[in-house]
Design a protein around this ligand. Sequence first.
Ligand code: FES
Ligand SMILES: [Fe+2]
Length: 359
Amino acid sequence: MFLKNCWYVAALDQELAHGRLLGRTVLGEHLLIYRGESGSVSALNDRCPHRGALLSKGRLEGDGVRCMYHGIKYDGSGKCVQIPGQDMIPPKLRVRSYPIVERGHFLWVWLGDAAKADPALILDLPYLRDPSWKGIPAYLHYKANYLLIVDNLSDFSHLAFVHTQTLGGSEEYAYVSKPTVIERLERGFRVERWHLNSDPPPFHRKVIPDKAAKLDRRNIATMTVPGIFNMETLFAAAGQGKEAASRGGAKEYRNCQFMTPETERTTHFFWSYLNNFEGEDSTVSRTLLESLIEGFMEDKEIIERQQQTLDEDPSFQMLGILADAPLAHFRRVLARLIDLEHSDGATQRPEARSTTPAG
Ligand code: FES
Ligand SMILES: [Fe+2]
């Protein structure tokens, strides 16, 4: 059960380079995503309505795609524009298309009711369009339900144990730093956590000149449905504490992550980890990318195995601790939105039937 009436990141722009016809499953639906020769992007159902061949195995022609089974051609909106050897095109011979919007390096699709697909609903993360924030967008495929990744990002105490040598730094982080703020939002949560007078964690140490000086570290994370994570991280000289941001000189990161269900058991995981201090030195972004991949592989190993463990015993009930408050709230919010979508659908269906022509 997924929330359908919302935007999901489905691809990175670089995945569509060189006219690639990208076959991608999102929420269990098989999509073809591509950039036409004019530069426009399209998302179509990846099934030729003639005999069901994959359109992603077809051929890009202009802004359209030709199915390479019997050669039928569709335009970027899914309309059939040519049947080799036949002049008459049956109006029903068309492919479902999906609203798709390109924002920075990310392509967002909407799989629900297309009439509700308002691009203004795409979560605006300003650093993704601000050239003073530098980062390299990336992708990982997960063999786990996307909510297990959302759970993981809801509690930073895991940084201490999963990422001791990479993103975390010490087990102390879990003991001495507690969320100072947990805000329950209408579509997610916000958590703020400080770790004062601490050693720089390994990923940060790699990109700063003074590797020994103590730092005040602050993380503010926001999670928004359906699975959009955004964390503002700040490192300032120890002792600056809460005033660090206004005093300047702090080194900051912005972590933007997008969890998109592929199926109930697999997830597309996109991210961009941005920094505000590299200037023209792109080795900082590259080093951070390596550190992030190293850290995310640590999460992936635990979470994919957790998924297998959960699958082995569906009667297993997870037990909550205090730190689970944000993830419990998130799951409640999401469940309510999915329920609402279904009850809306149920009330709208009879009306839709009466206006749809027969056949
Ligand atoms: S299946 Fe695509 S043209 Fe026949
Ligand atoms: Fe992690």
